[in-house]
Unconditional design. Structure first.
Length: 277
């Protein structure tokens, strides 16, 4: 209690404080505001998860599993609460494909070839993608596979497909240059050419004993240039003709865009185990 000489001021201050609380917001409003803030954070989290990269999510889960001790190592393979088939998740697929690229680099360096491998690996909300350089795979204006592409598929990519249970999309892409008139009767536009290239690779995979029901042939024409992958998933409506031309503004960009993509699809709509070879 305050000294007697300060008692009056203390009482007046206490009374003013009580009055100010009564004149303010009701007590329940603070709890309501907290609940609204939590709900907002929850829906923001849902929106973020809806476009999450499944491989990065798996990496995060594996990292968490290690810290919690829920993951063990056996024969250099990862097992989560029991034994699983080799390459049974997209992170394992990504690691296997990156090792393929690294081995190709080492072989090229050993033979004195100062060039990059004809493939690279990317991830997206769609899954894990092998990007194959189009000039390496097909001659200009053609959908007949080069021998080099067939060799690459058989030696490097098909073993990974057979070791995994995922649906596979084969997508053809082109640059923005219109096809010459001499090809217009065969391929009226880049749409037909890109789709034909995707179908050509699918036929080869079937010939190599990959189940047809695991495969999807697709053609994106020139509407999915390298560098726009993230925008394609976040907001495809923002991709305009001007945007496509911007990413085809020089020969190097066009060369990157002429490609084949082999994507191990995130099993959102398919039961992965039923497609295992």
């Amino acid at each position: 209690m305050p000294e007697p000489r300060f008692q009056k001021g203390y009482d007046e201050g206490f009374e003013d404080g009580q009055n100010s609380v009564e004149r303010g917001l009701p007590g329940w409003f603070g709890t309501f505001a907290d609940m609204m803030t939590l709900l907002f954070a929850f829906f923001v989290l849902l929106a973020a998860i809806s476009t999450v990269d499944p491989v990065k999510l798996q990496e995060m889960a594996d990292s968490t599993g290690k810290s919690l001790g829920s993951k063990i190592k056996k024969d250099n393979a990862a097992y989560m609460e029991g034994e699983y088939d080799k390459l049974n998740n997209l992170l394992q697929v990504k690691d296997a494909l990156e090792k393929v690229v690294e081995d190709m680099k080492n072989k090229m360096n050993a033979s004195g070839q100062a060039v990059e491998p004809p493939i690279d690996i990317t991830t997206s909300p769609k899954g894990v993608t092998v990007n194959i350089k189009g000039d390496y795979a097909f001659r200009s204006g053609e959908a007949i596979m080069k021998p080099e592409l067939k060799e690459l598929l058989i030696d490097e990519i098909i073993p990974t497909i057979k070791a995994s249970p995922f649906m596979i999309e084969i997508a053809g892409h082109t640059d923005s240059d219109p096809l010459p008139s001499s090809l217009s009767k065969i391929y009226p536009s880049n749409w037909e050419l890109s789709a034909a290239r995707g179908a050509s690779v699918v036929r080869e995979l079937i010939n190599q004993d990959i189940k047809a029901k695991r495969l999807i042939a697709a053609g994106y024409g020139d509407w999915s240039p390298r560098g726009l992958d993230s925008l394609q998933f976040a907001d495809p409506n923002k991709i305009t003709r001007q945007t496509v031309l911007k990413y085809n503004s020089n020969p190097e960009q066009k060369k990157r865009n002429r490609r084949i993509q082999v994507t191990f699809l995130k099993p959102s709509h398919h039961s992965a185990k039923s497609y295992t070879n």
